[in-house]
Design a binder for this molecule. Sequence first.
Ligand SMILES: Cc1cc2nc3c(=O)[nH]c(=O)nc-3n(C[C@H](O)[C@H](O)[C@H](O)COP(=O)(O)O)c2cc1C
Length: 200
Amino acid sequence: MFYNTKDGHPFRFNPLSAIVTPRPIAWISTQDGKGVRNLAPYSFFNLTAYDPPQVMFASTLTKTDQIRSKDTVANIEATGVFCINVAELASAEAVNKSSAPLPKEMNEFEHAGVEQATCETIDCVRVANAPASLECCLNEIIDLPGENNHLVLGFVKAVHMRDDCIRDGKFEIKTYRPLTRLGYQDYSAIADTFVLKRPK
Ligand SMILES: Cc1cc2nc3c(=O)[nH]c(=O)nc-3n(C[C@H](O)[C@H](O)[C@H](O)COP(=O)(O)O)c2cc1C
């Protein structure tokens, strides 16, 4: 099977997001200029550097009550900050619920029944019981080719880790099982891991 992306794929659903898997899920909390809180999952997400620590995520499409992006990007443009909360298996239903395209004045924490806590270093909220949360400030938003595609680059200012996720000086993913995004409507939660020593 081969297709050239300019000709389009022959399937009912785009296979690309099933090919690039598993993707970590950034459960991103923000607030708008008036303090309305927002929470939404983004799986076009990754860590991009250690020093200074940096992250990226990408937003595609827009919604009817925003001009050129989704609420998360519009809020980051307005406030310059955001918090990335790690999604776990136990929060799968709430993560999915928070992805509903709600009007911008609605708070997804309340809609999805997620407890909120305040951030320490930025004027923003976070998911109270997340395995980890990264308090971030905006570096740059790059408009990507196509309509309403945006790459958001940020600096990690502070890190929260849940106490039960720390074992023997390491952040232990087996305590919470990271929720990952596959293609279509599929998810996976990491359970099996193994160690490989890096070659010298
Ligand atoms: C697990 C999951 C991952 C998602 N990843 C992305 C993503 O990477 N980029 C994107 O634009 N939308 C993504 N979405 C869709 C957004 O979460 C959805 O459009 C949401 O309504 C955006 O909320 P906001 O307007 O409050 O930012 C994802 C949805 C789910 C359920």
